[in-house]
Ligand binder design. Structure first.
Ligand code: ZN
Length: 354
């Protein structure tokens, strides 16, 4: 990528209302069979057009072919029973009914690779593809298999994460072969289970990224703009220093890009200094608000970040996925992101020429 400050999005984008009810997580599909397969491809065309139309440089599938960023990948695996559900506490924050791991997990076939090939056939723009991270996967499941063979719950979490990391690595390598430029692992759980991140979480992520030649990204955020998350954020005080607990491990890792929540968050921007040398996808768009940022607000966030990131390593981005937003609001926010990035690009160009 030679363009300065290439813009991108953290992950999901709203789906067209003919595919699934918008502004909702786990929204059911409105058709099935061949009609659904066709509709998903049409949605990929639409989301690509909207991203390019809004000036987004690094495009994604907008997660149009998945109901959820974690569970859809798991649905493609064997060893997890979606009928057998248990209520567990997710991210130590809210209870959800989740599927159960009932036997050894495996990946009988690729999950997203055909979608990635299709998106690749539509555009020459760089593509970023998101996968759930191993720690976030195990935190969205009930484990009745690995847990039963090990008395220590703690160790069985590590074991299951390692199994998932191996499967993620296979998928990531196939995505790379399909022409994906950046594979991103979503690890919101990194912002909650600090001891585990440092003990085995980062190692599991490295296993998922092993041998990849494309760029490797990790997205760590404070979650979608849903009530459980906004309530949790309200308890975190005036300064959010969670990133501080995990940045040293990320700094030492082979991760190339780190996607972070910055705009309207209480994360002190100077924490990014701890990642000096990495490329930073700076979240300059709040996904928990329907208010569309002005380009000037985007500029203010990027300018603050530029104190701690070299310009050639700054990637303007959204804080998190945009599935819960309306298409109109999401489009407005992406346009603001592009406009803000362009203002900074011009400033940097002017100072370079001076
Ligand atoms: Zn996120």
């Amino acid at each position: 990528m030679t363009k300065l400050l290439p813009t991108s999005t953290a992950g999901s984008l709203p789906k067209p209302s003919w595919l699934a009810e918008p502004e909702k997580l786990w929204s059911p599909w409105k058709m099935d069979g061949d009609a659904l397969a066709q509709a998903k491809q049409d949605a990929l065309r639409v989301t690509l057009g909207e991203q390019r139309g809004a000036g987004i440089d690094i495009v994604s599938d907008g997660e149009q072919t998945r109901q959820h960023f974690v569970t859809t990948f798991i649905e493609g695996l064997e060893g997890v029973d979606f009928e057998k559900r248990e209520t567990v506490r997710i991210r130590d924050r809210y209870d959800a009914s989740v599927p159960t791991v009932v036997s050894a997990v495996s990946r009988p076939r690729s999950v997203f690779v055909e979608d990635a090939k299709f998106l690749r056939s539509l555009t020459g723009a760089p593509i970023k593809w998101a996968l759930p991270g191993p720690m976030t996967m195990i935190d969205t499941l009930y484990d009745a298999h690995y847990r039963s063979r090990d008395d220590a719950h703690y160790r069985s979490r590590e074991k299951l994460a390692w199994e998932f990391a191996t499967l993620l690595n296979e998928e990531a390598k196939e995505l790379e072969a399909a022409g994906v430029d950046i594979v991103q692992f979503d690890e919101p759980a990194f912002n909650v289970f600090f001891d585990e991140v440092n003990d085995w979480g980062m190692a599991a992520l490295e296993r998922a990224m092993e041998g990849l030649k494309c760029q490797k990204a990790v997205h760590i955020c404070y979650g979608y703009g849903i009530k459980a998350n906004t309530d949790w954020k309200a308890t975190l005080g005036s300064e959010w220093r969670q990133y501080e607990m995990i940045f040293p491990a990320i700094q030492k890792s082979s991760v190339d890009l780190v996607s972070l929540e910055c705009h309207n968050s209480h994360v002190p921007m100077e924490l990014i200094e701890m990642l000096r040398g990495k490329k930073i996808m700076v979240g300059a768009i709040d996904v928990a608000s329907n208010t569309i940022e002005t380009p000037e607000e985007v500029v203010a966030t990027l300018r603050k970040a530029l104190q701690f990131v070299e310009a050639d390593k700054l990637y303007p981005c959204t804080n998190c996925g945009m599935t819960p937003l309306s298409r109109q609001v999401a489009r407005g926010k992406l346009e603001a992101l592009s406009a803000g990035a362009e203002i900074i690009r011009r400033e940097l160009g002017a100072s370079a020429a001076a």
